[in-house]
Design a protein around this ligand. Structure first.
Ligand SMILES: [Zn+2]
Length: 414
């Protein structure tokens, strides 16, 4: 057992030296132990898909990932990972030691779905297609993570540095990346050198993290009769002023910077001056300076709308505004000359897959914003209708995603 492990390491040694030149993909493919692991992954993909279905039928609504998390604690334990544990926010961690302490790679996939408690999460099959909420996003990523650990074990691959595998909480929506925020700011603070998240389907990769600020704006006033109390300040009018101001913001096309008022509400009847009005606002950019500038303009516009409404009626009543933050995703970027991008590109090229780097909002935003090299990779296959009840996953050649993920994990843990 040990002998095979060290043989594998000896074979892999030249690959380490060539990481900087981008030859690591070819070097890994030339390694017999690795080539054997890739073949086995292709052969055992049907078993992995069965696991994908099994874990996906354990519900994992936002802020209620415990049941699926506990199953991952079992899975990590059965796969022989060390120090398997659940942290304070619900992330499930398990370690696979390397020859030494560095580099420490964290390899993750998210447990949570967008689907509320009570959603039917039964998975059905239709030819190569699997249908079920979350089957691609991110049961695929979770399955790929299992496949990578299994393949490393079967081929007795020993990596240079340790890998911590993480099934994390809170990636979706109002989860607000709380799993990875806790991982980097608390659970493994200062201990992570590289981060890879497997999220969703296809063969693309994400090297830019689109950041966002999300707010619920609430304007409040005394309210009153529309006729009898006419001349009093009006929260809906104030909200209208705020929306008008936001709608005139000028933003950069490159890097793409966006804003949206997505929901509004308030008031009680047509003949009442309302006492409350609210709106939900989303702002995004991959560029921190652009996003911060937009954010500052938005906060000022929200205040100015209240002040303008108060001035308009000579302070007959007072409009107040609450700017409730409902989401902050930090923007970030892993540059193309970073060794992890070079390695992931090299591996993808060696397997003959197209090289597709793009921007997205994923768990990698957190490490990217901290200057820690991070990428998010697709898990293979093809998906459709992510975040909808009709979500589906095409398993045709999905083993390609598992193979690529294994090679990336190997390339980044040396
Ligand atoms: Zn996802």
């Amino acid at each position: 057992m040990k002998t095979a492990s060290f043989l594998a390491v000896a074979f892999l040694a030249p690959a380490l030296a060539s990481a900087q030149t981008g030859d690591i993909g070819a070097a890994l493919l030339a390694d017999k132990a690795v080539a054997g692991a890739l073949e086995r992954l292709k052969a055992t993909e049907p078993e992995l898909i069965a696991e994908q279905i099994r874990v996906c039928e354990i519900p994992a609504p936002p802020f209620a990932e415990e049941a699926r998390g506990l199953e991952f604690k079992n899975i990590f334990t059965k796969l022989g990972l060390r120090n398997v544990r659940i942290d304070a926010v619900g992330n499930v961690l398990g370690e696979r030691p390397g020859k030494g302490p560095k580099p420490h790679l964290v390899f993750a996939a998210h447990l949570d779905t967008v689907f509320p408690e009570g959603t039917n999460v039964k998975v059905t099959k239709d030819g190569p297609w699997l249908k079920g909420p979350g089957i691609g996003d991110d049961c695929r990523g979770l399955a790929v993570m299992i496949g990578v650990i299994q393949a490393m074990n079967d081929a007795k691959l020993v990596t240079e540095g340790p890998i911590t595998f993480v099934a994390n909480v809170g990636e979706e929506g109002l989860g607000d990346l709380r799993g990875t925020k806790a991982l980097f700011n608390d659970t493994l603070k200062g201990k992570i050198d590289r981060f890879v998240s497997v999220d969703g389907t296809g063969l693309g990769m994400t090297h830019t993290g689109v950041g966002s600020f999300r707010y619920r704006l609430v304007y409040k006033g005394p309210g009153g009769h529309s006729y009898g109390a006419f001349g009093r300040v009006n929260p809906i009018h104030a909200l209208g002023r705020a929306i008008a101001a936001v709608s005139e913001f000028q933003v950069a096309k490159e890097p793409k910077t966006t804003f949206n008022v997505g929901r509004i509400g308030g008031g009680t009847s047509v003949n009442s001056i309302p006492f409350e009005a609210w709106a939900e606002v989303d702002m995004r950019s991959a560029d921190k300076a652009s996003l911060d500038a937009l954010h500052a303009k938005f906060l000022a516009a929200a205040d100015e709308a209240a002040a303008a409404e108060n001035r308009r009626w000579n302070n007959n009543g007072t409009i107040t505004v609450e700017k409730q933050s409902v989401g902050i995703r930090p923007p970030g970027h892993t540059p193309f000359n970073d060794p992890i991008i070079i390695a992931a590109t090299s591996v993808t090229k060696a397997l003959g897959f197209p090289i597709e780097w793009s921007a997205g909002s994923t768990d990698s935003n957190v490490p990217m914003s901290l200057g820690i090299p991070a990428i998010t990779i697709d898990g293979g296959g093809e998906g459709k209708d992510a975040h909808a009840l009709t979500e589906a996953f095409d398993t045709t050649d999905s083993w390609k995603g598992t193979q690529r993920a294994l090679l990336i994990a190997l390339a980044l843990s040396r």
